[in-house]
Design a protein. Structure first.
Length: 283
């Protein structure tokens, strides 16, 4: 569920800020990431800063440089993306499902709704991939926002190794994609000389190598559409424009701006609260 109006977003934030519920996100396939993005950018995180007008009006601004546009275009050498939430001084707001960024990391982002949506990526964290060198081989690999190694793209899906925990529950994913399971094919042993059937042999699948970052980027570029113009969103544009949150934000003439620190503030579950039945487990 994408929240398009500030008043609706503010209402959900107020309702869920102390709920402690986890959020769930609808699964986005590789095809959906391509089709729904306004633009696809490969860049290096230059800075991560947060602004806080009130404890529940916090935004994080991620600025990228060394841009390579795989889809869409920019009219400046940098691109600044705005995410709801962050931790600025004593004000903190964690939006469950919003990815975090670190300076100097190389990222591939499927951008959608920058300046409009709470989290400006297709499928929130699902639209974020991190490129980094394998510590053993030095080869560039791709991981998703949760640290799962990307093995490749098959049948319109991003296949992950599933080794890392997901920060947010994803619903609707194909089983093999969600769990990172690789089937071990079986083969018949054939027929013996006396005509009897030989027992089925389990064929151990060989080790699957993760896709090289260069190849993954090439696949994205090859299949991406034309895209749109992506514009940067400055901290001055973070203020709500309607509803009760706008009145509250308007009473503060200045924003507190800080480098993003470790979470210490409130937590909010967005965009969808976990069903009530699941929320009653023994916790």
């Amino acid at each position: 569920m994408r929240l398009k109006t500030t008043s609706l977003a503010a209402a959900l934030l107020a309702t869920l800020a102390t709920s402690g519920q986890a959020s769930v996100l609808p699964y986005k396939s590789f095809d959906a990431l391509l089709a729904e993005s306004d633009g696809i950018v490969l860049g290096t995180v230059r800075s991560v800063e947060a602004t806080a007008r009130t404890p529940h009006d916090v935004h994080t601004f991620v600025t990228l440089d060394q841009l390579e546009m795989l889809s869409g275009r920019v009219d400046a050498p940098t691109l600044t993306l705005r995410l709801k939430g962050g931790f600025a001084g004593q004000s903190g707001l964690h939006v469950d499902g919003a990815p975090r960024f670190a300076p100097e990391e190389r990222v591939l982002l499927f951008v959608q709704g920058n300046g409009r949506d709470l989290v400006p990526f297709v499928g929130w964290s699902q639209g974020v991939f991190r490129l980094a060198a394998d510590p053993t081989t030095g080869h560039q690999q791709v991981r998703d926002a949760d640290g799962n190694l990307v093995m490749g793209v098959a049948d319109g899906q991003v296949v992950r190794d599933g080794g890392a925990q997901l920060d947010t529950e994803i619903v609707g994913a194909p089983e093999a994609v969600r769990l990172g399971q690789h089937a071990k094919p079986e083969a018949s042993g054939g027929v013996a000389d006396d005509g009897s059937a030989v027992e089925l042999l389990g064929v151990q699948a060989g080790p699957v190598k993760p896709i090289a970052a260069e190849r993954f980027v090439a696949q994205v570029r090859q299949r991406a559409g034309a895209g749109k113009l992506l514009r940067s969103i400055s901290p001055q544009e973070a203020a709500p424009t309607e509803g009760p949150a706008a009145d509250e934000a308007g009473s503060s003439s200045r924003s507190a701006r800080h480098a993003v620190a470790m979470p210490q503030g409130d937590s909010v579950a967005l965009p969808l609260p976990r069903p009530a039945a699941a929320a009653t487990d023994a916790r």
